[in-house]
Ligand binder design. Structure first.
Ligand SMILES: [Zn+2]
Ligand SMILES: [Zn+2]
Length: 261
């Protein structure tokens, strides 16, 4: 399993990209950044996008990826012509009604036609795995103001978990503790400790809350843990607060990280 970080921040600033992870070169977990991080050739290989939730920082590049793909279609390109968007039904409904609605952005599920479109929508259900080329992807319900799922990845007997956006939760730790060979987790840590109120109302975690929640992980200290969704302008203070928690094998994710499991 190959995991390439395209963006890992909870805000977009010069040099800091929004959440997006490329798995095995053809699958995206969230679409905050692929068109600003991938060449057109790399974008052509994307066949699936698993969307955790419909906040703009996780879906914005569905728009520009579709647009780039449509130009290829018009030029007669037929390889990897369709991108399938996988998410829970509530999220697909939101995408159709409020994003790909021919008002905010063209409805690429009907372009160039409904039989063979640029985008297809595929509903997934919590705890039900989708298997793509030997990689199993299972949504896990998380704690966020809108329907949101983390994802368990499982390939060749190795598991990896992406929490997506979440406040303190239980389901993800139950799933993590049930894995025989968990090789890493990406966990929400968005705001400095002084912003706990904001973290609570927006469904995110501070370093202190993250450290407390991590105590539910049986293999804490053994499994690598990577934090994501930090607000870029608070990185210096968050770095100090995270260090203070003194948790082994834990660090902030960076945009150049790539994992080969
Ligand atoms: Zn969110
Ligand atoms: Zn987010």
């Amino acid at each position: 399993m190959k995991i390439r970080v395209l963006g890992c921040y909870g805000g977009q600033l010069l040099g800091f990209h929004l959440s997006s992870f490329l798995i095995n070169d053809s699958i995206l977990l969230d679409a905050g950044a692929p068109t600003v991080c991938l060449t057109l050739e790399e974008q052509r290989h994307i066949e699936h996008i698993f969307v955790s939730h419909t906040h703009l920082d996780h879906i914005q590049d569905i728009a520009f990826l579709s647009d780039n793909r449509s130009l290829k279609r018009l030029s007669g390109e037929i390889v990897n012509r369709c991108i399938t968007i996988h998410s829970v039904q509530e999220n697909l409904d939101i995408l159709s009604k409020h994003f790909l609605n021919n008002l905010v952005w063209p409805d690429f599920t009907m372009i160039p036609n409904s039989e063979d479109p640029i985008l297809k929508l595929q509903a997934i259900e919590n705890y039900q795995a989708s298997v793509i080329d030997g990689l199993s992807i299972t949504p896990i319900p998380m704690n966020h103001p809108v329907p949101c799922t983390g994802f368990l990845l499982d390939q060749d007997g190795k598991q990896f978990i992406y929490s997506a956006d979440t406040g303190v939760s239980d389901a993800i730790w139950d799933v993590a503790n049930a894995q025989p060979n968990l090789c890493g987790l990406i966990i929400d840590c968005s705001f400095p400790n002084d912003y706990e109120f904001l973290a609570n109302i927006s469904g995110h975690m501070t370093p202190k809350q993250m450290a407390q929640d991590l105590k539910k992980l049986n293999k804490l200290g053994e499994v690598p843990i990577y934090l994501f969704h930090m607000k870029p302008e608070t990185l210096a203070i968050m770095s100090k607060e995270i260090d203070k928690e003194n948790i082994p094998h834990l660090r902030m994710l960076t945009q150049v990280d790539e994992f080969l499991l």
